[in-house]
Design a protein around this ligand. Structure first.
Ligand code: FES
Length: 145
């Protein structure tokens, strides 16, 4: 009876995909397809990141950083049940911004400030706002669309 000693077929196919494919194709190679990984820069998302972030884990008036591949996403909940998300990379030089306090998102690098409701820049040196990322809440869980 033959024995298998090398990587299984899935591992080989995912390795090929990692070399050839777009980042979206790699999600299918994670242990949980489509799973987002918690961000490590501020508040980790114990529920599994953007697709599995329980609404209850996002402080009202605050936010939580999660990651999707290489992208950091800031989930904010300005009022109970209302969730908005932004690309958390500062438009100035790419530093991951901090979750909002008192309605203001601040970059810890050069202290640009952004409106927590809209992502619009309030204070430079950043000259543009944070791009919004579409999200939805399904059964009490925030999902990046
Ligand atoms: S990197 Fe954010 S203000 Fe400079």
């Amino acid at each position: 009876m033959p024995t298998t000693t090398g990587p299984d077929r899935r591992t080989v196919l995912c390795g090929i995909a990692a070399v050839l494919a777009a980042p979206g194709a790699l999600a299918a190679c994670s242990s949980s397809p489509g799973e987002f990984q918690p961000g490590a820069t501020t508040t980790p998302a114990p529920g599994g990141g953007a697709t599995g972030t329980p609404l209850a884990d996002i402080p009202v008036g605050g936010g939580r950083i999660v990651t999707r591949g290489e992208q950091s996403i800031l989930l904010v909940q300005p009022s109970p049940g209302q969730v908005t998300a932004f690309d958390a990379s500062c438009p100035h030089q790419g530093t991951t911004v901090d979750p909002p306090q008192n309605g203001v998102i601040t970059c810890p690098n050069h202290f640009s400030q952004f409106d927590a409701a809209t992502g619009a820049v309030r204070k430079g040196p950043a000259d543009t706002g944070l791009p919004q990322v579409p999200v939805r809440v399904v059964d009490g869980t925030v999902q990046v669309i």
